[in-house]
Design a protein around this ligand. Sequence first.
Ligand code: WQD
Length: 321
Amino acid sequence: MSVLVTGGAGYIGSHVVRLLHQRSESVLVVDGLSSGLRERIGSSAFLQLDLAAPGAEETLVQAMREHGVTSVIHFAAQKQVGVSVQEPEFYYSQNIGGMANLLSAMRKTGVDRFVFSSSAATYGMPDVDSVNEDSACNPINPYGETKLIGEWMTANAARAWGLRAANLRYFNVAGAGWPELADTAVMNLVPIVFAALKAGKSPIVFGDDYPTADGSCIRDYVHVHDLAEAHLSALDYLERDHRSFSTFNVGTGNGSSVFEVLTEIKRVTGIDFDIDIQKRRAGDPPSLCADVTRIEEELGWKAKQGLSEIIESAWSAITAS
Ligand code: WQD
């Protein structure tokens, strides 16, 4: 088996690349390096390519033939929700155009196994605390729309030419499986809080008046190492199961509030910081947690690590750098 990993130099992709190497799989990383880091993938076979660029499909076809690619894990995408609202055309061309080129290249080369990096952003603002894969999808920003359209693309390719796909809807990913693969972007709660502490500022909580136990928002935080393992479980599933495509939530099934995350950060770092309570951030659902029944039953995958391991590993990566 030879696995093409698009976006393999990114935070999550590089964890998967490392696990694939540990399993002695042959890996080809394709990454445009718009946010990925070359050093994350060591000596893996590498092609620098923006999947949405003119001519990308032919370049992919050639590279896939040369490397004897048999399956694809697709991470490469733009992922900043706020930017997607400002620059929707760019998000559609990158995330949808890039994926169309990739699926065309797969069809041309007869590669039919596909693991797609989708998102809980596909659900939008659900009015239930725990969503399963059959819950309604109403994304509330172009980023979430591109992920939902990506899922539709896998469904249509399954019908049209027999693609077999697993769409993985990630919840809130954090932590580091290896310090050098840590998230270097400062876009989500845990890295934002660490950056604030480094700058000597008080972390911000967006809203303490939600209808939750402590008033702050609840999310399902999943350790990036667990998430990476879910991709290998998905590949194995596609290997043994002939169903055309399926969608899986990837979370822990347990929620943590923003205050609980901050309390854990205080415990792990030993820093006793003040908290700056601000008004609610637009578009934040009060509570969003994964129903993980399907992934546990069908993929045999279950998160092993919780909030403590997430914060501890993220903090170790900072102190090691
Ligand atoms: C988590 C909680 C904030 C920063 C986003 C995307 C989603 C998916 C995962 C990719 C929220 C609160 C945050 C801060 C805070 N991405 N917060 N102070 O919004 O749940 O999900 O990442 O697929 O599409 O929207 O993640 O880390 O931004 O926020 O209080 O300084 O932390 O309000 O409740 P979110 P997040």
